[in-house]
Ligand binder design. Structure first.
Ligand SMILES: Cc1cc2nc3c(=O)[nH]c(=O)nc-3n(C[C@H](O)[C@H](O)[C@H](O)COP(=O)(O)OP(=O)(O)OC[C@H]3O[C@@H](n4cnc5c(N)ncnc54)[C@H](O)[C@@H]3O)c2cc1C
Length: 480
């Protein structure tokens, strides 16, 4: 008779591994068993760190916000001494009207910044204080509390802030289009500020007061101390985290196990079918957590949860290419001291943004060299998904030549990775979509979805959601 597993986790990206890690910690007490099945021959999913010839680079995410949950996980799997934090004072730049301009990080920096005109600053100040224009979406959308990022910021802070600060930031996080993304889904904190105070400034003041009233959470002495605005990575690259978690899980992680089918048994357990190097395999489990991207999950759930599957199908993932180029110091027009630069659309540049990787973290390039990691494509230019590697390198190099390089520079091409379905887009209607997903999941007890298409794409969000999900699964197992 086939043994029935307690929990089957599908996918060994950061979501699946964090979830499995938390379950394994819980199971030390409860004795529940688990398995992680990953289709690829490596763990990490979107996280891809590579090194060669003294260069170390990332082809997916480049850094994380050091949230307590992520830091705790890193420390527990033995990465405390490998943590590196970028200097939070390093400026971030926006390329506007053929100049790199530092993004103002404080109200006083905003007042003196050349990035906004005098009238643009005045408009932002008035809107920030709460003199906010009328809602611009259709009446129906607005009644449902749905507004795009563009509509919201246009109303609150004006066109200049939207075009020159918000839109490039949206490119940087989602490779997204502010005209399409839903504010409340993509930037819930900003939506909450406006809900609290009418304008963003009173909202921020109220939120700060509330936080002061609640008192500062006591810092965990086991965790490295970090400050707001810092970005983290690990000395060997981000892949160190999934690899360390997988080592901790050991034999419970199965590579090259691709889930191909899922059904519900008469005993209300789940029967999963896999293709593996050893041939087809079947696993029966009391609970199953799908951490696969929406397109994979929707196809697996087509017969088990048709409405759920249809809803997942509506989440778009535009393509993004990551182009990693190295240049000798002499090729750079300026000394690179900063996080990198983002480029608003309409500036004659196709690249969305460039991370100045070797300025951000130590040990990324040999002496006398710099790594520039650029992203191109996304929701505003999905046709990039059809481009050849040569086209991608040519375009990114041409864009970098306008912004950062001496024109005679020739790049050393370290990597070109096209992500055909890169980052899920929380388009208008996403909050409604989440409600439907939640309702439909009630019909499939023991089945969980835990992935970046839900409520946060950042690595810290994925870890936090996974830990919460694992605790919920634990409660389910205990009560059934
Ligand atoms: C180009 C890019 C840049 C980014 N930059 C940043 C950044 O700088 N900072 C940041 O915080 N976030 C960034 N993100 C977002 C972040 O990387 C992702 O949200 C996060 O890595 C998603 O992790 P996940 O585990 O949910 O999904 P994934 O990493 O997609 O993992 C899902 C796993 O499921 C596996 N799988 C798929 N189908 C099957 C199947 N049938 N059977 C078994 N396994 C299967 C896949 O192989 C994969 O390993 C970036 C994302 C991309 C694409």
């Amino acid at each position: 008779m086939m043994k029935i597993l307690d929990t089957l986790v599908i996918g060994a990206g950061i979501s699946g591994l964090s979830c499995a890690y938390q379950l394994s910690q819980n199971s030390a007490k409860s004795g529940y068993d688990l398995l992680v099945a990953e289709a690829q021959g490596r763990v990490g999913g979107n996280i891809v760190s590579q090194s060669q010839g003294g260069f170390l680079w990332e082809e997916g995410p480049n850094s994380f916000s050091p949230t307590p949950a992520l830091l705790r996980l890193a420390v527990e799997v033995g990465l405390k001494s490998e943590l590196v934090l970028a200097d939070r004072k390093l400026p971030r730049y926006v390329y506007w009207q053929q100049q790199l301009m530092a993004v103002p990080m404080s109200p006083s920096a905003l007042i003196s910044s050349p990035l906004l005109s005098f009238s643009g600053k005045l408009r932002a100040l008035m809107g920030g204080l709460g003199f906010v224009g009328p809602a611009m979406g259709s009446e129906l959308q607005y009644q449902a509390g749905e507004e795009t990022i563009a509509q919201f910021f246009q109303r609150h802070l004006g066109t200049e802030v939207l075009q020159r600060l918000v839109a490039p930031f949206v490119s940087g996080v989602y490779a997204g289009d502010p005209q399409q993304l839903e504010l409340r889904a993509a930037f819930s904190r900003v939506a909450n500020l406006a809900d609290m105070g009418g304008g963003l400034i009173p909202g921020a003041i109220l939120m700060r007061r509330q936080a002061q009233f609640q008192g500062k959470p006591t810092a965990d002495p086991q965790l490295p101390q970090t400050r707001p605005g810092e970005l983290g990575s690990f000395r060997p690259g981000l892949a160190a985290l999934p690899e360390a978690i997988a080592r901790h899980l050991g034999e419970r992680v199965k590579l090259q196990w691709q889930l191909t089918g899922l059904s519900l048994t008469a005993q209300q357990t789940y029967q999963a079918e896999f293709t593996t190097p050893e041939g087809p395999q079947q696993i029966e489990a009391r609970t199953i957590i799908l951490t696969t991207p929406a397109d994979i999950s929707q196809s697996i759930l087509r017969s088990l949860g048709p409405q759920l599957s249809q809803t997942l199908q509506t989440i778009p993932y535009p393509p993004v290419a990551c182009v990693v180029l190295a240049y000798p110091t002499a090729a750079l027009r300026h000394l690179l001291m900063g996080f990198g630069n983002l480029i608003p659309r309409g500036q004659g540049i196709q690249t969305l943004g460039t991370i100045w990787s070797s300025s951000l973290f130590p040990g990324r390039a040999p002496e006398g060299w710099h790594i520039l990691t650029s992203f191109i494509g996304g929701a505003t230019q999905p046709e990039v998904g059809e481009w050849s590697e040569d086209q991608l390198v040519h375009q990114v190099h041409q864009d970098l030549s306008q912004i950062l390089l001496n024109h005679s520079a020739t790049p050393k091409v370290l990597a070109v990775r096209l992500w055909p379905r890169a980052i899920p887009q929380y388009t208008l209607g996403h909050c409604q979509r989440l409600q439907t997903i939640h309702q439909e999941l009630q019909k499939l007890p023991g089945l969980y979805l835990c992935s970046n298409y839900l409520d946060g794409v950042a690595l810290g969000d994925c870890v936090q959601r996974a830990l919460t999900q694992a605790d919920e699964v634990q409660r389910y197992l205990e009560s059934h």
